[in-house]
Design a binder for this molecule. Structure first.
Ligand SMILES: Nc1ncnc2c1ncn2[C@@H]1O[C@H](COP(=O)(O)OP(=O)(O)OP(=O)(O)O)[C@@H](O)[C@H]1O
Ligand SMILES: [Mg+2]
Length: 357
């Protein structure tokens, strides 16, 4: 199972939308997928059509170890399971403060279903607290949705630094695999310079052993699309709500990319030093982690800055992806469809993103 944490401590950047629709596309194409709502706002739960008030138990119970992962997940669509959230989750961070090993509770819970799913996606809250730490401890991959605008980059270094600390201290397998540019308006323009700055930042880390050394901006991006904004209020994925819109098109491509993405090769020197970090000595809090380690300094020192928007048209990375075997998800079943999920099929896909709505 690939476990992917969808994370950005900035609010409203497209995390939940990305989890719902990427997972739905993969499930519709035949993969077994579980999505985990780790946000007390319960937006993932709502987006998939459940009312948090009616959710008696879910991720809170798993984190407080009063229930097992498998008994709490719900089949919400063919091939798609949800570990829902309800308001109880608000209290989880403070309740877990004194629990030994609190950072790795989710990881242990997920391990119990490792062989039952192809993918798990964790929808993180817009913060870098204990819930997010649990997500990072449980995942091997981080996908960062990001709006490609100057202000969206504020905090990006801190986000990477946190991931780096978790990687060094409690999860050597953790890697940032991708940055997904979300919600850009094609009537304006993709600020090329912002994208170039991120690329430059990522390039600087190539060949190092930091957690984002192999990260890349996904060669597909998500256009701003009103249908994506409307679908959650109907409790529908974009494929159920309007399968012929740009949002559906874009998220299918994201799912295709993730499905074909070659896993990053293991990096050197990412194992924590056993003498330095004893097995039973979990780091207490993120603040302490930061004090304990100087790793991630590069993230802080790299001052990501970008000039204001320009009028450049969006470019694509299709060229870079030419060697990857392209696949297309043939069709996504309608909500009530009993049709068996379609399969990923090998076809030559047009990987260029249209430039206008
Ligand atoms: N590509 C898009 N075009 C238009 N609206 C979008 C798009 N993606 C997401 N939205 C809308 O923007 C809002 C924020 O998106 P979303 O909830 O996915 O962000 P988030 O990062 O999960 O937010 P939070 O940090 O609060 O959890 C939602 O109303 C969503 O429907
Ligand atoms: Mg969200």
């Amino acid at each position: 199972m690939r476990t992917i944490a969808v994370l950005n401590q900035k609010g409203g950047v497209g995390k939940t939308t990305t989890v719902v629709n990427t997972a739905a596309a993969l499930a519709a194409a035949g993969s077994k997928v579980v999505v985990i709502d780790l946000d007390p706002q319960a937006h993932l739960t709502i987006h998939l059509g459940l009312e948090p008030q009616t959710v008696e138990s879910g991720s809170y119970e798993v984190l407080t170890q009063s229930a097992g992962f498998q008994e709490e997940i719900l089949l919400v669509r063919p091939n798609l399971w949800l570990l829902p959230a309800n308001i109880n989750l608000v209290g989880a961070e403070s309740e877990l403060v004194s629990v030994v090993g609190r950072e790795t509770i989710l990881r242990e819970a997920i391990h119990t279903v490792e062989d039952k799913f192809d993918y798990s996606f964790i929808d993180c809250p817009p913060s870098l607290g204990l819930l997010t730490l649990n997500a990072l401890a449980a995942a091997e991959e981080v996908l960062i949705p990001l709006q490609p605008y100057f202000l969206a980059l504020q905090g990006f270094g801190k986000l990477l630094q946190t991931i780096e600390l978790v990687n060094k201290r409690i999860n050597p397998a953790l890697k940032v695999n991708g940055i997904l540019l979300c919600m850009f308006d094609t009537r304006a323009s993709l600020p090329k310079e912002v994208k170039a700055d991120i690329e430059q930042f990522l390039d600087n880390a190539r060949g190092t052993n930091c957690a984002w050394a192999q990260a890349r901006i996904l060669p597909v991006y998500i256009r701003r699309n009103i249908k994506l904004a409307e679908a959650p209020s109907y409790g529908k994925t974009i494929f159920e709500y309007e399968q012929n819109c740009h949002g559906a098109e874009d998220y299918k491509k994201v799912a295709e990319f993730i499905h074909t993405q070659v896993q990053p090769a293991p990096q050197l020197n990412t194992q924590p030093d056993a003498a330095e970090v004893p097995e039973d000595q979990n780091v207490q809090t993120l603040e302490q982690m930061k004090e304990l380690s100087a790793v991630g300094e590069a993230a802080q020192q790299q001052n990501i800055s970008a000039p204001p928007d320009t009028n450049q048209r969006p470019d694509t990375d299709a060229e870079q992806n030419r060697d990857k075997p392209p696949i297309t998800i043939k069709s996504i079943p309608q909500p009530d469809s009993q049709a068996p999920p379609s399969e990923f099929t090998q076809t030559r896909a047009n990987q260029n993103q249209p430039e206008s709505q």
